[in-house]
Design a protein around this ligand. Structure first.
Ligand SMILES: Cc1ncc(COP(=O)(O)O)c(C=O)c1O
Length: 476
């Protein structure tokens, strides 16, 4: 590191800040420059075990540890061939806006001390406009789709309480009569049903359509008809995390209306489909009571940044506002701390606000469209491969595949799929996730990084072919 660090007086911010900016800017630049050479995932990472150092160590030594022990073992998750989960990689604008978030160190709990809360409100408004959602949707930024699903579950629960004349937020869930209907909810949705006291097992499982994870409407209607619960909640998907299937939200919202059920839609990444498809696969989402959206997925802003939207902000305020002498939030002008989980909140709206300003709908749609094309190209190459087979048509940005196997029972095939998947991830050229498709282990590649290119698909195919050869050839 070119900067002289030994004389750095960290207790004097004015004096140390210029040097620190140089040091951290250099680390940032080196990391981004070297991204292509770094293994996409570090599957064997290990941090040396060590006890807490009471007196601390000089900054220069701490930096050395960071550079020796931590940075070399980080993944290239911001890069173009990290295809696990559904992650974006921060764009340059979002990266440095996020750097400013930390520099500015604002607390967006109440809006009384700065304009920052208004920036969050404006970013939410712009997101709604970009996704063609009506202005009746209000919301807030969260730490991610799980936190947004939690707010969805909580609000649905309290809506049901209101239907039954109960104040669940104050009196608890014990006398609540409620059933939740869903076909293929994301695992985070189950987690949050547990967190809000309804229980992970409260779901009435709705059948799916053939060869799809989308809800069968006939079964949904039948189950709602048979339900004795006083209140009902429907959890729909746009899109499901494995097969990227969209529930028929127009029809489901009509059914929800008919049964006076709350409709929550998990559109964590599927919402972005609205930027490129006509007609929209998520048509009808505008009738949902609440929606989950994730910006650290396809908007390509850094973690952690989700969004929760609802047409019932007053109910959210009723559930989450806790009056205190030093707070003066009102239902007409609610502070974010009265609408969300946390009291103290990060200025995570800034990277979203700047991304929307700089890239606009057109710029964002370009990378969404390109990701979808790349996923289809990759799926096509898998279909033509002698070593692998496609498990499901690629409809959006996710490709599901397994090794092609002859004469193996299902259990052996699953074991092989897991071994091949581990080998692919250890190779370091791409990173893929585990998935289950119709009871079978599969390999799942999700395209949501703004930088992914055709060359990355070619590199991936080369890696897959070499892995297949290691496992013994043509059909594995
Ligand atoms: C549909 C869906 N919902 C929820 C989540 C959870 O998102 P997060 O990790 O941001 O909490 C994911 C993550 O992949 C998802 O795809």
């Amino acid at each position: 590191m070119a900067v002289e660090l030994s004389a750095l007086d960290l207790s004097n911010e004015k004096e140390s800040i210029t040097k620190l900016i140089q040091v951290f800017a250099q680390i940032t630049e080196n990391f981004i420059d070297d991204l292509e050479n770094r293994p996409v995932a570090q599957t064997d990472s290990r941090l040396k075990s060590e006890s807490f150092i009471e007196a601390g160590i000089p900054f220069a030594q701490a930096l050395e540890r960071l550079c020796d022990q931590v940075i070399p073992q980080l993944s290239a998750s911001r890069g173009p061939r990290y295809w696990g989960f559904v992650t974006g990689g921060a764009t340059p604008i979002a990266t440095f806006a996020d750097w400013l978030v930390t520099s500015f160190d604002q607390n967006l709990s109440s809006g009384i001390d700065s304009v920052a809360s208004q920036v969050e409100r404006q970013a939410i408004q712009w997101l709604c406009e970009m996704f063609y959602l009506p202005p009746s949707f209000k919301g807030l930024m969260t730490t991610g789709a799980t936190a947004s699903n939690f707010l969805g579950a909580l609000l649905a629960r309290d809506f049901c309480g209101q239907q039954q004349g109960l104040n669940v937020a104050k009196d608890g869930v014990t006398s609540l009569s409620i059933e939740v209907f869903a076909a293929t909810p994301h695992s985070s949705m189950l987690k949050t049903l547990g967190m809000c006291g309804l229980g992970q097992n409260c779901i009435v499982k709705i059948k799916t359509l053939d060869n799809s994870e989308a809800m069968c409407l006939k079964d949904l209607k039948q189950q709602l008809e048979q339900s004795n619960a006083k209140s009902k909640v429907i959890i729909a998907s746009a899109a499901t995390v494995t097969a990227t299937d969209f529930d028929d939200l127009s029809a489901i919202s009509e059914i929800a209306h008919q049964y006076e059920a709350w409709l929550h839609v998990d559109a964590a990444f599927g919402m972005f489909e609205r930027l490129v498809n006509q007609p929209r696969l998520s048509h009808g989402i505008e009738n949902a009571d609440s929606i989950t959206l994730d910006c650290h997925k396809w908007l390509n802003v850094p973690y952690d940044c989700g969004v929760f939207l609802t047409r019932h902000q007053d109910l959210l305020f009723g559930s989450l506002n806790v009056p205190a002498p030093y707070l003066n939030s009102s239902i007409e002008n609610p502070d974010f701390m009265a609408l969300g989980i946390e009291n103290s909140r990060r200025f995570r709206a800034l990277p979203v606000w700047m991304s929307l300003l700089v890239y606009g709908r057109e710029g964002i749609a370009k990378w969404v469209e390109s990701n979808i094309k790349l996923a289809k190209l990759f799926a096509d190459k898998i279909t033509k491969s002698p070593h692998y087979q496609l498990l499901h048509d690629c409809k959006l940005n996710v490709v599901l595949f397994t090794p092609k196997v002859d004469e193996m029972n299902a259990e052996q095939a699953d074991i092989l799929t897991c071994r091949v998947r581990d080998e692919i991830n250890q190779d370091g050229r791409i990173f893929v996730s585990a998935g289950m498709w119709q009871g079978k282990q599969c390999i799942r590649a999700a395209f949501s990084n703004w930088q992914s290119r055709v060359e990355d698909v070619e590199i991936a195919m080369q890696c897959l072919d070499e892995v297949a050869t290691k496992f013994g050839g043509q059909t594995l």
